[in-house]
Design a protein. Structure first.
Length: 249
């Protein structure tokens, strides 16, 4: 998917196993996985409200390995905001963020106007090597915001991303669009226009153009919410009625 000029790019850094991918997946898809799968780089997109319009929140989940320094530098140079994640169960994971912060500082220059959030993940764990006050002290030293989260229990996950957007004083951004959480559409919107089915996470999009043979209508009817949208009358489109009758026969 080509990069768009109105993308707002958030880059997530941290050592392997601290839960970077779990935080991002919990936010964009509402899911959590217990198994650890190393990431090279993944990008997720979600529509958000931006200056009374809409823009795309692009979240880059980076590798926890040090084997890709060029990729790391490129992510920093293109990023608008940064999330630095450590695990509260590992003091070493907090230490590993220090050279990353220094690299952000070196590439971006003055970071006073750049939203940076230090995040202590896995706050649900009872074994703790990094106390909350230690995370706060590090954030104060870097002059950035701080928050503890749990991708497993969904604690402070949405709040993390909204607070990060709030830190950018150049734009007025929100995860809510017209009072609703971004990514969630009404049934009327899904059936409007070009007959589109859009994934709530923003990571995948499938658009079907309506043809004369009604193929788009038949495909859309397989979407769980589509058939619920037709009024209980004979006024529904004939292509939809035929497709529904055939699927139930």
């Amino acid at each position: 998917m080509p990069e768009q000029s109105n993308d707002y790019r958030v880059v997530v850094f941290g050592a392997g196993g601290v839960g970077k991918s779990s935080l991002v997946l919990r936010f964009v898809k509402g899911t959590f996985r217990d198994t650890y799968i190393p990431t090279v780089e993944d990008t997720y997109r979600q529509v958000i409200s931006c200056d009374k319009s809409v823009c795309t929140l692009q979240i880059t989940d980076t590798t926890g390995s040090h084997q890709f320094p060029a990729m790391q530098r490129l992510s920093i140079s293109k990023g608008h905001a940064f999330i630095l994640v450590y695990s509260i169960t590992s003091k070493q994971s907090l230490e590993e963020l220090k050279p990353i912060y220094q690299q952000v500082l070196a590439i971006k220059g003055n970071v006073d106007a750049i939203p940076i959030m230090l995040v202590g993940n896995k706050s649900d764990e009872t074994h703790r090597e990094v106390e909350t006050k230690d995370g706060e002290a590090q954030a104060n030293q870097w002059k950035c915001a701080f928050m503890e989260t749990s991708a497993k229990t969904n604690h402070n996950v949405t709040e993390l991303f909204q607070e990060l957007l709030n830190l950018d004083k150049k734009r007025n951004m929100s995860l809510n669009i017209d009072g609703k959480r971004s990514g969630k559409q009404s049934r009327a919107e899904r059936l409007k226009g070009k007959c589109s089915v859009i994934a709530a996470a923003g990571a995948a999009r499938r658009t079907f153009a309506a043809g004369e043979n009604g193929a788009c209508m038949r495909r859309l009817l397989h979407h769980p919410s589509a058939t619920e949208s037709w009024p209980r009358s004979s006024s529904r489109p004939r292509a939809a009625a035929d497709a529904t009758d055939r699927s139930t026969s």
